[in-house]
Design a protein around this ligand. Structure first.
Ligand code: DHB
Length: 389
């Protein structure tokens, strides 16, 4: 009995040694949490493809550490995101958490980043307040406030005086509505009605009927990535365009993941956004071509670019800390990164940990037989307007 006790103490000690060796092994673990199934599955598919492309192009060893990607599907249910993040931190000892397809998932997980001092790289979710939910959040996507302000400025200068807004009823939709309206009204525009549709399984029909009756110059729309095609279809089926109502919005509605299947009815739709697959730079062309080649012709959308740049921010932080840094050192090395992205110039503001980037005005046009968001104007180096208030 005594001997057995002695033995098991020895085994325990060995286990402890093995565990600490594991923590200091030559691996760098990234816990990537994405919606791979369910309503936001296209966001997961796009970001996973971009992350894998970045790794294929840049190798899987940085500063002597082998990068290990651990992908988890949260089905875009915030409680699941949080539980997965907890398991990744405690069991898998990940060095970084990344992904986060929707705002509620990012907000649910932020306290875990704070408690465990783990950098949390938001590659998709876009409500302004997310970066304030934890000092360990760094964002490589965008904010709705950034994109919506540009449209609020553009519309009244282009003959649009009366608008109805229609947004998904949660964080990013409420930001889009608020920041579009503020700017639009400041420039003399009039918002006759602000409609909000449920985030899950929305039925746009009754809302669009109401818009038709109100007959504004334009309908301003925010729906999350993946829902744009349904809005466009019903907008056209109801003959809203023929009734003289323009469709405008942030670029989520003319999502590159779906745009080419929306048909010619989408031609001429103007949106404001940080990324278009048609962005005319050499770096973007290379990105779009490589992405399509690796993914059976798939076109990258704005979610993909958030994932690709998120990996860049992680790789460079690991390089800068020579593979030796803990969460705080990595976080410090993420702040202030400045580089050329496929979207254009990009900067992680060291104060806010949020992305500063160009916002483009784009119009849907046909190029080589395909529909694209073609950029025709730019507002440079836009900080998140949601931070100053
Ligand atoms: C969010 C999700 C989206 O799909 C999108 O296009 C913009 C914002 C979000 O939940 O934050």
């Amino acid at each position: 009995m005594k001997k057995r006790l002695f033995l098991s103490a020895g085994v325990l000690a060995l286990c402890a040694v093995a565990a600490s060796a594991l923590a200091q092994d030559n691996k760098f673990r990234i816990g990537l949490i994405l919606p791979m199934t369910g309503q936001q599955a296209t966001t997961g598919r796009q970001i996973e493809a971009a992350v894998r492309l970045y790794m294929a192009q840049n190798g899987d060893t940085v500063a002597g550490k082998k990068i290990e990607l651990i992908l988890k599907d949260d089905t875009s249910i915030p409680d699941v995101t949080k539980r997965l993040a907890q398991e990744l931190v405690v069991n898998d000892k990940v060095n970084v958490l990344a992904g986060f397809g929707i705002t509620p998932s990012a907000l649910a997980t932020a306290p875990i980043a704070t408690q465990s001092k783990t950098p949390l790289v938001v590659m998709a979710a876009a409500t302004s307040s997310i970066t304030q939910a934890s000092p360990y959040v760094v964002r490589t996507s965008f904010t709705l406030a950034q994109a919506a302000v540009a449209m609020g400025d553009w519309a009244p200068k282009n003959g649009i005086k009366k608008v109805v807004t229609l947004v998904s009823d949660y964080g990013p939709g409420i930001d889009a509505e608020k920041y579009f309206k503020e700017r639009f009204i400041l420039s003399g525009g009039q918002v006759s009605e602000s409609l909000r549709v449920p985030m899950r399984n929305p039925d746009f029909a009754p809302f669009l009927q109401k818009v038709r009756d109100l007959k504004p110059d334009a309908l301003f729309v925010f729906v999350p990535s993946g829902a744009g095609a349904a809005v466009m279809k019903q907008f056209l089926e109801r003959g809203m365009d023929k009734a003289g109502i323009k469709l405008i919005g942030t670029g989520d509605v003319t999502d590159d993941d779906q745009l080419n299947d929306m048909g010619n009815g989408a031609l001429g739709v103007v949106t404001s956004h940080h990324y278009s697959a048609a962005h005319p730079s050499a770096l973007n062309k290379k990105f779009v071509d490589a992405f399509a080649k690796a993914n059976k012709g798939l076109r990258p959308n704005f979610m993909a670019v958030g994932g690709y740049d998120g990996m860049r921010v992680i790789y460079e932080a690991l390089r800068a800390t020579k593979g030796q840094g803990g969460g705080d050192a990595l976080l410090a090395a993420m702040k202030g990164q400045i580089f050329e992205s496929p979207r254009g110039p990009m900067f992680i503001d060291a104060q806010t940990r949020d992305v500063v980037q160009n916002i483009y005005l784009r119009k849907v046009e046909k190029k080589d037989g395909q529909l694209y968001n073609v950029e025709f104007d730019v507002i440079k180096d836009v900080k998140d307007p949601g931070k100053s208030q």
